[in-house]
Design a binder for this molecule. Structure first.
Ligand SMILES: [Zn+2]
Length: 212
């Protein structure tokens, strides 16, 4: 008889859980890691599960993204499509530092940033994700690479899609980051200032044709 799982105290614990300091059963590990259990992100079970979920959710996220932005694709509004991609990549860079990011924190963080960019000043909260994405984007606005108004619109679109796509846990984070990893060029250093808007990263003509 093996030791009981430190989480459910019912099934047999099989995996060493660094967060709980004991043996956890694979079911509890799979269901609760990264959410109820604050995993150290270097845990191999967390890493493996995360990668699996990103691969699984990237395609549905891509599909939802194309649907949400079909009007922009139709209009060939690459300027705004690129700005959406800039927002998503900034989120990805944040995620690299904070892999336990949840859908709620992602949505709230971007919503606060959208408020901050309104022409009229409204009170906003200072959240880590808000500050991070704001810093990346401010540099681009100041250097004239993107317009503030475009960023606000890109944020509104990203938030709308995010709310639709979220499973209330981490499904959105996994879908978005999985998609960014597969489709976008990412700076190797993770430095925000290296982000450059580029038309080709959004949709190749083929992808556009596939969608139509
Ligand atoms: Zn268990």
């Amino acid at each position: 008889m093996g030791k009981k799982c430190v989480y459910c105290n019912d099934r047999v614990g099989k995996r060493e859980c660094p967060a709980l300091g004991g043996l956890i059963c694979p079911v509890c590990c799979g269901e609760h890691r990264g959410v109820e259990i604050k995993c150290p992100t270097d845990c191999r079970y967390f890493q493996r599960g995360e990668k699996f979920q990103q691969e699984k959710r990237s395609e549905p996220y891509r599909k939802a993204w194309l649907e949400h932005n079909s009007d922009l694709l139709e209009e060939e509004n690459y300027r705004l499509l690129n700005t959406v991609a800039i927002v998503e990549r900034a989120v990805y860079l944040f995620y690299e530092e904070d892999q336990l990011l949840t859908d709620d924190r992602l949505i709230t963080g971007l919503t606060e940033l959208e408020k901050r960019l309104k022409p009229i000043e409204v009170p906003t909260q200072s959240l880590e994700l808000t500050e991070f994405v704001h810093e990346v984007i401010s540099d681009l606005i100041e250097s004239g690479k993107v317009a503030k108004e475009q960023v606000r619109e890109a944020l509104a679109r990203t938030i709308e899609l995010a709310k639709d796509f979220s499973d209330g846990s981490r499904g959105l984070v996994q879908g978005l980051t999985g998609r960014v990893e597969e489709d976008y060029d990412l700076p190797e250093t993770g430095e925000g200032e290296e982000i450059e808007p580029r038309e080709s990263i959004i949709t190749t003509p083929n992808q556009l044709n596939d969608y139509r």
